[in-house]
Design a protein around this ligand. Structure first.
Ligand code: PLP
Length: 389
């Protein structure tokens, strides 16, 4: 790969689904934007015009890669904001109605839906199959005349399973053509080709820092003609829908990162697939681990395993001690670990869900890093089993 590997000192980073480091090329365009494009994009003077030009260039880059019109891309601060906006903005315009989401969504979708439920909207959840797959027909079964919105993510952040979003849209629209369909594509951008318009979607969430862009930038794609209410009121930025001075350098970095992700894309995916095959066959050989989700329907970048009789949290800490950054599917709530809602929805027991670890790879990961990981992981399992922690 021509771009230099981002530096992760003293450890091997295998947690790319949590966030990604900045490649040199992205860093460079951001430094330039900070130097010459730092001004307020709403300012009339030449520096304001320069900042505006750089932001619009980034908007065009992102729009081109996902096959939409630039003016349909609205910059936000993160995927959490975009998801909150998609759900609450649609609900506000419609006033009342029924919302369907999958039970494997990121908490920012689930909690937005729960909040809307408290405001009087009816919310229903669709469970996945045992393989982590949301059946289009199952979604359509929930759709009724009053359904204003359906939200199903494109790639699950814990299992990596690619959801049949195009088919979901088709089934939903067949049942009620007025229902809007949103997809959180935070984990899809840069991992699969993602064309929201061609898929028939109405709204889609994009994230910068999941695809080698900086934190502090995200986007909501809103299909031309779709009306949603602003989430932030103020000075009228983003065509009056999302006020607040734009984070120019982060947006510029976001655009460059998206462009970089899709350069020689097939080679990159092929490389990650090879790494995932080594990882999966290496782990399954020990008979202590089992991959979660349908292996054939997932992105190779995200790999969730259940490790027999081991705590995921202990494994993450032990691997950290050994110089590897991975994560667990469990979430920390009020200082105690809770099993992943995604794994529970897939019918995995609470005990097994607590034994989950997620290893996420990128085109920057090397075969020797994966091999080193496998060697140390086996030792970590042995140690944890002996200590019964
Ligand atoms: N949606 C998905 C699928 C995610 O994986 C994440 C982050 O992990 C988010 C939304 C939220 O992203 P952020 O914390 O950047 O707002």
């Amino acid at each position: 790969m021509r771009t230099r590997k981002p530096q992760t000192k003293n450890c091997i980073y295998l947690d790319f689904a949590a966030t990604t480091p900045l490649p040199t090329r992205v860093k460079k365009v951001m430094e330039r934007a900070q130097r010459i494009g730092f001004a307020n994009t709403m300012s009339l003077h030449q520096l304001g015009r320069k900042a505006r030009e750089m932001v619009e260039d980034s908007r065009r880059k992102i729009a081109r890669e996902i096959g939409v019109k630039p003016f349909e891309v609205y910059f936000t601060s993160c995927a959490t904001e975009s998801n909150n906006w998609a759900l609450k903005g649609t609900a506000e315009v419609k006033g009342k109605g029924h919302i369907v989401i999958s039970s494997i969504e990121h908490p920012c979708v689930i909690e937005s839906a729960n909040w809307l439920c408290k405001q009087g909207f009816e919310v229903e959840f669709v469970n996945p199959t045992k393989e982590g797959w949301i059946e289009p027909k199952e979604v359509a079964k929930h759709v009724k005349k009053s359904t204003i919105l359906v939200s199903v993510m494109t790639v699950n952040n814990e299992t990596g399973v690619i959801q049949p979003v195009k088919e979901i849209v088709r089934e939903v629209k067949r049942k009620n053509r007025n229902t809007l369909v949103h997809s959180d594509a935070s984990q899809a951008l840069g991992k699969i080709f993602f064309y929201p318009k061609a898929m028939g979607l109405d709204l889609a969430t994009l994230s910068s820092h999941k695809c080698f862009g900086p934190k502090g930038a995200g986007a909501l794609w809103i299909r031309e003609g779709i009306k949603i209410a602003p989430l932030l009121h103020g000075g009228g930025h983003e065509r009056g829908l999302r006020s607040g001075t734009l984070n120019g350098p982060a947006i510029v970095g976001f655009g460059e990162a998206v462009k970089l992700c899709y350069e020689r894309f097939s080679d990159k995916v092929h490389k990650v697939k090879k790494l995932a095959d080594i990882l999966i066959s290496g782990l399954e050989r020990t008979q202590e681990t089992r991959i979660v989700g349908n292996h054939k329907r997932k992105v190779p970048h995200i790999n969730m395993f259940l490790v027999k009789d081991c705590s995921g949290e202990s494994l993450v800490l032990e691997m950290d001690h050994r110089g590897f950054c991975i994560s667990t599917g469990s979430a920390c709530s009020s200082e105690k670990m809770e099993p992943s809602h995604v794994l529970l929805a897939m019918g995995i027991s609470k005990k097994e869900a607590m034994s989950s670890v997620r290893i996420s790879l990128s085109p920057y990961t090397t075969i020797s890093e994966v091999r080193l990981f496998l060697k140390e992981f086996e030792k970590a399992i042995e140690k944890i089993k002996k200590l019964k922690i």
